[in-house]
Design a protein around this ligand. Sequence first.
Ligand SMILES: Cc1cc2nc3c(=O)[nH]c(=O)nc-3n(C[C@H](O)[C@H](O)[C@H](O)COP(=O)(O)O)c2cc1C
Length: 191
Amino acid sequence: MKHNIIYRPIPLDEEIKFSKKKFIVSKTDIKGYITFVNKNFCDISGYSEEELIGAPHNILRHPDMPRAIFFLVWSSLLKGEPVSGVVKNLAKSGKYYWVIADFDVKKDKDGNIKSLTAFRRAAPQQVIDTMEELYETMLNIEKRQGMKGSLSYLQEYLEEHHMTYDEFLDHLVTPKGMLPKLISAFKSMFG
Ligand SMILES: Cc1cc2nc3c(=O)[nH]c(=O)nc-3n(C[C@H](O)[C@H](O)[C@H](O)COP(=O)(O)O)c2cc1C
């Protein structure tokens, strides 16, 4: 597979809002190089399919995101376990957009990881508000003490809330009304 060279945009303090019915999908290989994107991915990120296929998924990495979150995501996926996260992404224009991302692992019949997938939807404002504050604190700790410090902070934060990371996210992001049905129907299309 060809690996594209990426020029990183300069972040702008401008948000891209998109419909909660628009799902953004991508697949990667085991190293995180993009192998598939849907049209919503291109429309919202501003990159073309040609630019994205073969690029590392950190093409969207926003400097406001703590490294600890991606560490948790990758640790679960490489163990073969699905995981969710709230992510601030950097579009080609430099603007940002917040998503709730459900990551999953596809395995071959021998149980080896074949590909990694992410389904994303728009994050509601109260989710953004909570995570923005948490991530800002984690990022400040990371700058001074590295990722170990921010992971410890996250652990303390969850203990204070008497929840695991998964419970905390479930509690925060579980969709209401018709949306869960729409999401599971959509996910099955990409199965
Ligand atoms: C299926 C999949 C989807 C991903 N989607 C995103 C994403 O939307 N935004 C993002 O910043 N990182 C995403 N990542 C994580 C990146 O691979 C990377 O770990 C992250 O951007 C941090 O960059 P770094 O590892 O270079 O520090 C995804 C990873 C996988 C496996």
